[in-house]
Each structure stands twice: as C-alpha cells, then as structure tokens.
Ligand binder design. Structure first.
Ligand code: ATP
Length: 310
C-alpha cells in the first residue's frame, strides 16, 4: 500500500489553480524528491499533506488515514518543515528543542535524552548552549529537522531543506537525510537542487504548473523520456575504423572522441550499458575504462519543463 496517496487533487487560491487534478502515490520508506520550477505547486501540495490547507477537490491519505477528515491523527505521524520557519532567536539550541518537545507533551524524563540524541543526530551537540540566532543557515536547517523529529514521525515533509546552503552545508544536510532514510522514514523533499536529489532520492516527481509531468525512479524517468546516457570509456586501440563499428551498434546514438577518452551516448531503452560493453569486447576493443555517467537529472528536468526553470 502507498504511504502517500493523493487522488485527483485540485487546489485553488480564489480563481487561480495551483495544483491541478494531481494523482500521486509514494510507497513507504521512499525518499521522494519533488522537483519543479518556482510557483509549480510544490509548497501547496506539501501544505495539504501537512493539514494546513484543504484542497477544493480530491482525496488525500497518509498511511491509510484521511488527511482531510482526521488532521489531528495525521499531525502525530508527520514532521513538516516549511521553506521558511522562525527559530525564536532568544532561546538556546537545547531550550528550543525542549520547548517544542513540551508542546508535543513529551515528558520531562524522556525529553532530556531525546533532545541529546537529536542534537547528536543532527551534529549540533557542540552548539547545545549557543543562541539559536548565532547558528549558520545550515545549522538552523538541521535544528529545524531535529525539531520535526521530536515526536518520531513516520513521514517527513521537508520544503526546500537545502535552499540557501553553501556546498559544505549541503553535503552535511545530505548525510543527515541519508541517516533518516536508513531509519526507515518516508520522506518528501522539494528542491531546485537537482543533482542533490538524484543522489539521495529513491523516487522523483517533476511538477510543472500544478501538474505532475513525470514520476518514478530516476531510471524509469530517464528511460521514459528517452534521454541519452553517456558512457565514459578509454579504448586503447580506438581508431576511425573502430569508431564506425561502435557507432553502428544498435542503440548507440553517437560516439565522440574527447581528449583522453571516448564518450559513447546510448539510448538506454534500446541498449543497456552492460550490453554495450559486451558489444565492445566482441569488436575486440581494448577497454581500459568503462564508466556509465550519473543520471543527468538536469537534462531530464529541462526537457520536461522546456527550460522554464526558476
Ligand atoms: N496564499 C496564496 N494565495 C494566492 N496564490 C498563492 C498562494 N500561495 C501560493 N500561491 C500561488 O500558487 C502557485 C503555486 O505556489 P507554490 O508555493 O505551491 O509553488 P512552489 O512550487 O512551492 O514554488 P517555490 O519553489 O517558489 O516555493 C504560485 O503561482 C503561487 O504564486
């Protein structure tokens, strides 16, 4: 059964349709990357899942619970981090977490260990007594994640957790999200930072102008769109003759000689990388390196949204 189940959902702000007849299912344990240009409807969808907004049409279920009918039950199983959140500047890091733990009615005896554990998980133990407003943006984001974990929710809704972070803070955020994934949480993350999501997410949904335009594992989206995959190779006996033979393999789109390597573009729905390698060996190519490139999500995204990125 899907953990997230959105059926025919339409959300309007007055006359403006922000989300249009959306259908979306996310199985439990997935890290779902929600990608789309500015104004596509990501935050709106997330607010519905977080019980903060009601759609005009459609049904929404989380873990089998009706989000529109039983918002209180939903709030106990979700952790929602909006794209902009306040941090009560006058508090220390631990006071901040204790404050929210109390709001969740977590007893004092449990609270101390819980706060310490979450500070360790989010790598903020050293900042325990620091004022919240003295934290860097990356630390504030991690504190925001610690906060939404206090009641041990099954489902995390993280709206742009990596936005505005420098490269180092992004890597730290990515490591934290990997840990949460390993803890078995189902996670929905929105982002513009496509390459970040491709490493982290098990599924991707691309939304544009309120509609999901592609959804599935990265490989599925990639194949669905017929995007070419690049295989980086080093072939010691590469010459014009071999180039012609490689280019003639069914499923090879093009062969390009770069400085010290040969780039072979393949149509993955016709030819898998391992099949290409078999073909190269039977052509007596002396293959020293064979490296399928990472999925180029940027290309997929641009293709789907026709370059209308933010
Ligand atoms: N409260 C509101 N009243 C009217 N229109 C709104 C409101 N909130 C959002 N919108 C509009 O709905 C559309 C979808 O907004 P939403 O915030 O869901 O997009 P988004 O994909 O999260 O974009 P971003 O990446 O910029 O946050 C946008 O055109 C936005 O201007």
């Amino acid at each position: 059964m899907s953990f997230v189940n959105i059926k025919n959902m339409t959300v309007r702000y007055d006359e403006f349709i922000a989300v249009h007849t959306m259908n979306l299912q996310i199985p439990p344990g997935e890290v779902f990357g929600f990608i789309g240009p500015n104004g596509a409807g990501k935050s709106t969808t997330m607010k519905v899942l977080a019980t903060l907004l009601k759609p005009q049409i459609g049904k929404v279920f989380l873990d089998g619970i009706d989000v529109l009918r039983e918002p209180k039950k939903i709030r106990s199983i979700i952790g929602y981090m909006p794209d902009a959140f306040g941090v009560y500047d006058d508090l220390s890091v631990q006071e901040y977490l204790h404050f929210f733990a109390a709001a969740y009615r977590i007893g004092w005896s449990q609270r101390k260990k819980l706060v310490d554990d979450l500070l360790a998980l989010t790598d903020l133990t050293k900042k325990k007594y620091s004022q919240v407003d003295s934290l860097s943006r990356g630390m504030k984001q991690r504190l925001g994640i610690a906060r939404v974990l206090l009641h041990d929710p099954k489902f995390l809704i993280l709206d742009e957790p990596a936005s505005g972070l420098d490269p180092r803070a992004r890597i730290e955020m990515r490591e934290l999200l990997k840990e949460l994934r390993n803890m078995g949480k189902t996670i929905m993350i929105s982002s513009h930072i496509l390459s970040e999501l491709s490493e982290l997410c098990t599924r991707i949904g691309i939304i544009e102008a309120g509609k999901i335009v592609a959804e599935g594992s990265l490989e599925e989206i990639y194949t669905q769109l017929g995007v070419e995959k690049i295989i980086h190779t080093q072939i010691l006996n590469y010459d014009d003759d071999l180039q012609v033979k490689i280019a003639a393999i069914p499923g090879v789109a093009s062969v390009q000689k770069e400085q010290n390597r040969v780039e072979i573009h393949i149509k993955e729905q016709e030819l898998k990388p391992e099949e290409l390698l078999e073909n190269l060996i039977s052509l007596k190519a002396c293959v020293r390196m064979f490296q399928p490139g990472a999925i180029d999500l940027e290309t997929v995204f641009m293709k789907l949204t026709e370059g209308k990125t933010a």
